[in-house]
Design a protein around this ligand. Structure first.
Ligand code: HEM
Length: 415
């Protein structure tokens, strides 16, 4: 999102959040129908205004990529607050929807909005708990598009009155109109990001933006099938089992296959999920143990699914690496110019990106200075010992219980 777009969104969000806090804490500000809600369903009214107001205000900051890359701890805390806000606000909204003004159309419109709001936020939370950042981002875009219904509703309502539309049909229509187009825009944003990731060398010019938009529209018309078929992303099915993502196939997309072999990068000492720590794990999938984190390395044994193993180290193998374009940002290091295309040679969960310029020079850059054109394909290997057989080696990860990766309490121990 452009900086201007983010500012507009944030100012509108903060204004409506402030209004919600106003009617929550100052009864004199409440319109008559709202006073009635506080009399009939006080708990729902308090939960809804309090929770939703917090979610609307917090959520805006979560969509600022600079803030995200510079203050990841703040992002996490605001994210948790957002999720709690949506939970409280959404439950309150469900109750309010059943008695909303003007009958069935608004009961269903607001009810469906509340259900999708809770669902999309739950999905986003679930994905980040399993370390799947790409899917987490997508579901958060959907979630906030729905949160933003609070703003669009309060734009459409006065407009409908200026247009002279009677209040009742206007309100009924807007109980749907305030969120359905928002979701369409969210899907378009997500699709555009995916299309950009499929066009690795794309430069962010006006023409390329236009091309991406056109391609996005074409893919949307095909239901987005092209992208899914040609490149099963690392962030889909396997994560649904509650396990970290399975390794993506190498060069699964012929369009992305490099003409000349691209070096494989190995980042050692990686435990790529929040609160992830090595120790005693239970494997969901077994496999061949290898002497090195490489599928062609010597086999040194086997581990069975369900095995209780001791893990001590991890490595992320990147092939091909990611590609990004340097964008204006204060964290941009010397030696890189805005518009430069660089290889991203760290895994995507790392706090700072390690990049390699066209000249082969490596440096660390804040994520805020990079616009990703293609995520690196990454395979996670874990070094382990199976006490039952005494065998030690590297296993390419396909599945491990997320509870064991992020064992309860491990966050605080890791920090
Ligand atoms: C996204 C899911 C949401 C749903 C399903 C929802 C649903 C509702 C419903 C059903 C009402 C009562 C309307 C009536 O009785 O006719 C209401 C009122 C209200 N909601 Fe929400 N809401 C949502 C999000 C938000 C957010 C994010 C805010 C932000 C602050 C918010 C602020 C308010 C306020 C201030 C009222 C009181 C009515 C007014 O003074 O305009 N809502 N909401």
């Amino acid at each position: 999102m452009s900086r201007f777009g983010w500012w507009v969104m944030t100012v509108l969000a903060l204004l409506i959040a402030a209004y919600a806090m106003g009617v929550l804490f100052m009864p004199v500000m409440r319109p008559p129908f709202l006073q009635q809600r506080f009399l009939i369903v006080p708990l729902a009214a308090y939960l809804h205004l309090g929770g939703s107001g917090i979610a609307l205000a917090m959520g805006a900051f979560q969509h600022n990529s600079r803030l995200r890359s510079r203050r990841i701890d703040l992002h996490r805390w605001m994210g948790r607050t957002y999720v709690v806000g949506v939970l409280l606000g959404g439950v309150g909204a469900l109750a309010l929807a059943t008695i909303s003004q003007y009958g069935l159309p608004t009961h269903v419109g607001f009810g469906l909005l509340a259900t999708l709001w809770l669902f999309s936020t739950g999905m986003a939370y679930r994905y980040i708990r399993t370390g799947n950042q790409a899917m987490h981002r997508r579901w958060m875009i959907r979630s906030y598009a729905l949160t933003f219904a609070a703003v669009t509703l309060r734009i459409y309502l006065p407009l409908s009155q200026v247009a002279g539309i009677p209040f009742e049909p206007a309100y009924q229509t807007i109980s749907w109109l305030c969120w359905v187009p928002n979701l369409v825009v969210a899907e378009w944003v997500i699709l555009r990001q995916r299309v950009e990731a499929l066009l690795p060398q794309l430069r962010p010019t006006a023409v390329s933006c236009l091309l991406v938009s056109l391609l996005g529209a074409a893919l949307a018309a095909c239901g987005g099938q092209t992208a899914q078929k040609s490149q099963p992303p690392a962030d889909t099915e396997t994560v649904d089992s509650g396990a970290p993502p399975a390794a993506p196939p190498l060069a699964a997309n012929p369009a992305q296959e490099p003409e000349t072999p691209v070096a494989e990068y190995v980042v050692r000492g990686v435990c790529p999920y929040e609160c992830c720590k090595y120790g005693n794990w239970t494997l969901l999938d077994g496999g061949v143990l290898r002497s090195e984190p490489n599928p062609d390395a010597d086999s040194v044994g086997q581990v069975a699914s369900g095995a209780a193993v001791q893990t001590d180290e991890g490595a992320m193998v990147l092939h091909p690496p990611g590609i990004a374009v340097v964008v204006p940002d204060t964290s941009k290091p010397a030696g890189l110019a805005v518009g430069d295309t660089v290889d991203v040679i760290t895994y995507t969960g790392a706090k700072v990106a390690r990049v390699r310029s066209q000249g082969g020079q490596e440096s660390d850059v804040g994520w805020g200075a990079l616009r990703m054109m293609r995520e690196p394909l990454q395979r996670w290997w874990v070094h382990m010992t199976d006490p039952a057989t005494g065998q030690t080696g590297w296993l390419q990860m396909g599945g491990v219980r997320s509870q064991t990766v992020g064992a309860p309490g491990s966050c605080s121990k890791n920090k």
